[in-house]
Write a protein that binds this ligand. Sequence first.
Ligand SMILES: Nc1ncnc2c1ncn2[C@@H]1O[C@H](COP(=O)(O)OP(=O)(O)O)[C@@H](O)[C@H]1O
Ligand SMILES: [Mg+2]
Length: 305
Amino acid sequence: MIRIDNLTKSFGPFTAVNGLSFSVAPGEVLGFLGPNGAGKSTTMKMITGFLAPTSGKVTVFDHDATEQPLKAKELIGYLPEGAPSYGDMTPRQFLKFIAQVRGFRGSELNARVQRVEKALHLEAVFDQPIETLSKGFKRRVGLAQAIIHDPKVLILDEPTDGLDPNQKQEVRNLIANLSKDKIVIVSTHILEEVSAVCTRAIIIAGGKILADGTPQELEARSRYHGAISMSLQGAGNAESELVKLPQVASVETDEGHLVVFPKAGQSLFAPVNELISKQGWQVDELHVERGRLDEVFRTITGEVA
Ligand SMILES: Nc1ncnc2c1ncn2[C@@H]1O[C@H](COP(=O)(O)OP(=O)(O)O)[C@@H](O)[C@H]1O
Ligand SMILES: [Mg+2]
């Protein structure tokens, strides 16, 4: 596993990462969530050994990232922010170069280059200079170099940033398919991504951890958790009738929907349904909210701002 102990990075008087501690186990896809400037990239650079910590420690499967950097780096695949590569190389040349740097030669090298070419669907552009590729293809080349040595640990810094919705979905599927026995840490500021791909999320802001839990646990911290969102027709008395239910804390209108909030620990589904049939309201839409991550995120990160 990966263990981060009291990790800190200062740039002059400014502390970008401030005493982070957490562990990640194989099979976990950890989302690193935070506003711009939170310290996500700086933390990832320290985990991957690109930046030396000011203090604290990173351990990758028992290898200290500072004392045994090569051992640690062998285990890690890293997609830096913006997927930098060499623009005048073709994907074939670039991936061969990376495979060589990773220590592969001969038929093993060729097999690995071929494997990632297929895995990332690079066939059509494999001999075209990288600088002439679309953003989506550039990102795939970046992902290809990150997985070419089949690392146990994948660190992906904003892998879907700037991609179109189809490309985003493609990268998410790829992460989901990769992650079975790996440790994946993926940074993002897109909240839907966390529910889509992560088994766990850490929210950081100002270089500190503000929350750590499963997406479901974080959603449960939302005031929308367990609320019922619905659209009714011709039910002018809905709001006043709904607030009379003993389980209901309040009712609000949100983008043309009624949102019914439960009192602590109360379940609304049965009583609201009962009221709907008693009143004969026509329901166009009704769902129980799991909680809204964006609201949790804003609440939590707003507290420090
Ligand atoms: N080399 C550097 N020198 C000075 N400040 C830096 C350096 N790298 C990052 N920072 C600062 O550290 C903070 C965290 O940056 P970063 O880790 O890139 O945040 P994030 O990836 O969450 O957007 C920012 O305020 C950034 O300006
Ligand atoms: Mg960043």
